[in-house]
Design a protein around this ligand. Structure first.
Ligand code: GDP
Ligand code: MG
Length: 201
């Protein structure tokens, strides 16, 4: 098993995050928890690239549609369809428009439990129900209903890989191996080093 500190995840600051000048704020939140930035670039993706990104996981269409149906059920509302694939077909078209609406920031972040930790800091998919203190909960107010009624993707500022497997595939999609840097941060001494001794001068 590799050490947990080697885990990496992909973050995309979506066009709304860039437009709202939240790049620094988002980076700050990942830095302050102790994660290490290993790759960063600004890209304006095309629709083909966006579709390929979301369909890297063959189960993404089913899971995303089911998540939407589940959320509607919890609220006692009607989902847009009972067929998860039908729901995701619409979402994917809207996502292509959303993610190509302007430049995005692609980043690789590394550190212990990076995937899980970043999902926690980012908050749940729908900003309306994201917890206070998460990035989506603190900086945006969009909802499934409003986005679906208006025929667009939920604007939630960020993409973050949902699992370690997803992260590995997504990092390959966005970065060449040489664009991901290996180095150590001074603070890793206190975060991970078993022999840390702060008494030595
Ligand atoms: P994430 O992993 O939290 O980003 O969520 P998903 O992977 O399930 O969905 C990808 C993106 O599609 C989300 O971040 C939203 O921007 C958008 N999206 C997902 N589900 C819905 C939905 O039911 N309606 C709308 N309008 N957009 C959605
Ligand atoms: Mg996802």
């Amino acid at each position: 098993m590799p050490h947990p500190k080697t885990e990496r995840t992909l973050i995309i600051i979506k066009p709304d995050g860039v437009q709202r000048s939240l790049i620094g704020e988002i980076i700050r939140r990942f830095e302050r928890v102790g994660l290490k930035l290993c790759a960063i670039k600004m890209v304006t993706p095309d629709e083909k690239f966006v579709e390929a990104h979301y369909t890297l996981d063959p189960d993404w269409r089913r899971i995303t549609g089911e998540k939407r149906i589940q959320k509607a059920r919890e609220r006692g509302e009607e989902p847009p369809s009972q067929d998860p694939y039908e729901i995701t077909a619409v979402i994917l078209e809207n996502l292509k428009k959303y993610l190509t609406a302007g430049p995005v920031i692609a980043m690789a972040w590394q550190g212990a439990h990076a995937v899980e930790l970043i999902r926690k800091l980012v908050g749940s998919t729908e900003p309306r129900s994201s917890d206070v203190g998460t990035i989506r909960g603190d900086y945006v107010l969009d909802s499934y209903n409003m986005a679906d009624d208006d025929g667009r993707a939920i604007r939630n500022l960020i993409h973050a890989s949902g699992s370690v497997k997803e992260a590995e595939a997504e990092l390959k999609h966005w970065f060449l191996p040489e664009e991901i840097h290996k180095y150590s941060l001074v603070q890793e001494k206190i975060l991970y080093d078993v022999n840390f001794d702060g008494r030595k001068e």
